[in-house]
Design a protein around this ligand. Sequence first.
Ligand code: URA
Length: 434
Amino acid sequence: MERFVDVIHKKKIGYELSDSEIENMIHGYCDGTIPDYQMSAMLMAICFNGLSDRELTTLTLAMRDSGQINDLSQIPGIKVDKHSTGGVGDKTTLIIGPVVAACGIPIAKMSGRGLGFTGGTIDKLESIPGFRTDLSNEDFFRAVQTAGICVNGQTADLAPADKLIYALRDVTATVESIPLIAASIMSKKLAAGSDCIVLDVTTGNGAFIKDYEQSLELAQKMVTIGNNAGKTTIAQLTSMDEPLGFAIGNNLEVKEAIDALHGNGPEDLMQVCYSLAAHMISLGKNISYEQAEKEAREAIESGRAWDVFLKMVAGQGGDISYMEHPNTLPQAPIVLEYQSPSDGYITFMDTEGFGNVAGILGAGRSKKEDAVDFTAGIVLQHKINDFVKEGEVLATLYTSDQTRGATALSKIKNCYELSAEPGKPIRLIGDVIR
Ligand code: URA
């Protein structure tokens, strides 16, 4: 029997691990025979020496197989999943899900909660009164069958190896490793059971990976894993050099998504939604990207996507009267305004900073068990390259706590840079990897 210390040594000196060494490592870590200190050493060796495409695929499949793999075969048709690597103001799933479902592609999706400075779809959906994201398998399938879409929370048994390894990475400075991020995300996507996967790989100052070339590498690795696992996978790079849309924070983002589904969404948000939806529809229906994009636009213009959204909310226990009258959604009691300190063009927005400020206001968690204030967050009044006058409101802050509000106001000023001349426009959508 090979000792795990020898396997760590092999990776440390730059050799490739065999499939069985990788599979035994995942089994051993999950059943407790490999202790945290040895796994930590291995993760660090992977950080320094990377993984070949074969090692990466084997690792991802072993992580996928550590728990339940969803069988979506009872839902007819090609199922297409979508995943974002994380962003600020990213409410795309709330819009794209109903759009794609309205085009006849069933969406049976599992989503996550906010992580660090980024928001999570499950928190956004739970800000709708009554909305449930803990449906049993039976109710999940029933919801997909009646509404064409269900967005449920991740079950504890979805890639449990990733949960264990992620928690260890978090405390051993091994989160920022491209192969480890790729394996973590793809193990969950593959276990979720869809036939095709569309990945939104965010890049820029509000993404986990800020450098464009590294984001591209992550996208390529995830597409390679997906294709090696027999799932058609497409990745699109999207800029997070400013928040997406204007709203940041759970029910504020739901309101913006409702506007978007009525055809009144902000331009940048809609551009990202239409391109991701078009990739999904083109995979699901085997049609061209151009035709798929036309169908996505038509789903919004005709009101069909909005009808699907209402059905999804009702199917998951949400109160649709709030959706029909979004102004009745709970609103934070404290509303503060941040005003521009001078005239100028906004040439820089610290997107991660906005995510952190939203967290301070109550929209995120600093510990896993923290409760989220669904009404807290920021509504931006201006974005990159807008010209603003001194005293003009740049952002409206919503919170339930005076102290949080005061701290957030003192921090948000560091999130902007103003200049006499406009800056370079943001390239919102970058490379697409197939
Ligand atoms: N999201 C994940 O699911 N895993 C990572 O490693 C990073 C972001």
